[in-house]
Design a protein around this ligand. Structure first.
Ligand code: SF4
Ligand code: SF4
Ligand code: SF4
Length: 206
């Protein structure tokens, strides 16, 4: 049986893009599934063959090709917001797993390019389709990906904690039923949008 440190070791090899293309809600859940023997090691398109080889060595299992059903290892891209079209609805903010979008309700939003992983999860929630994924022009660089993974993991954890705290705040406050209902609807809409984005990314990449 895998220990928590074994999950940590697997998670440490994953790129922390948090894109969900592996069919899990982020790198950590995929690491837990691998550790539990519930998922194969070949479902991470951002990690590509390099991560598969590292996982195979760690787990002492055979190398296998990247699952085409889960996408292909793509060149880096970054999200760009057409700020003249942005209506400031803020729907893209909770969709970004690493909090790479800044903005406030009714104000223009923008992407922090240095933190954007190009996961594409912010595109479906945008009601005016003003977010595009643009290739950075750089080649795929597993070493650079590995170098940024620790920072991205921390940003992802902070994002999850912030959403959980906000949700708990709504639950614990007075007369919060309407806000909680609205949040649940928004969460459900975002979950559906993220599922569509993952399906689309899988189709286009695979
Ligand atoms: S596919 Fe995306 S979410 Fe899944 S392990 Fe790879 S980078 Fe993480
Ligand atoms: S800005 Fe969009 S593409 Fe970039 S990391 Fe956030 S959700 Fe992914
Ligand atoms: S979802 Fe689109 S319109 Fe709404 S704030 Fe984000 S970029 Fe602007």
């Amino acid at each position: 049986m895998m220990t928590g440190s074994r999950v940590d070791a697997i998670d440490a090899l994953l790129p922390q893009t948090q894109c969900g293309q592996c069919d899990y809600a982020g790198c950590r859940p995929y690491a837990e599934a691998i550790a539990a023997g519930k998922a194969p090691i070949n479902r991470c398109p951002p990690g590509g063959d390099e991560v598969i080889a590292e996982l195979a060595a760690l787990l002492n299992v055979a190398v296998m090709p990247l699952s085409p059903a889960h996408g292909a290892a793509a060149a880096p891209a970054t999200a760009v917001i057409d700020e003249s079209a942005c209506i400031g609805c803020a729907l893209c903010l909770p969709a970004c797993p690493v909090d790479a979008i800044v903005g406030a309700r009714k104000l223009m939003h923008t992407v922090i390019a240095a933190e954007c992983t190009g996961c594409g999860l912010c595109l479906p929630p945008c009601p005016v389709d003003c977010i595009s994924l643009v290739p950075t022009g750089a080649a795929r660089d597993p070493a650079a990906q590995r170098a940024s993974s620790g920072r991205l993991r921390q940003r992802y954890l902070a994002h999850r904690q912030r959403l959980a705290a906000r949700s708990a705040g709504h639950r614990g406050g007075k007369n919060t039923a309407p806000a909680t209902d609205a949040m649940a609807r928004k969460r459900a809409a975002l979950d559906r949008a993220m599922a569509r984005a993952r399906a689309r990314l899988g189709k286009t990449a695979g």
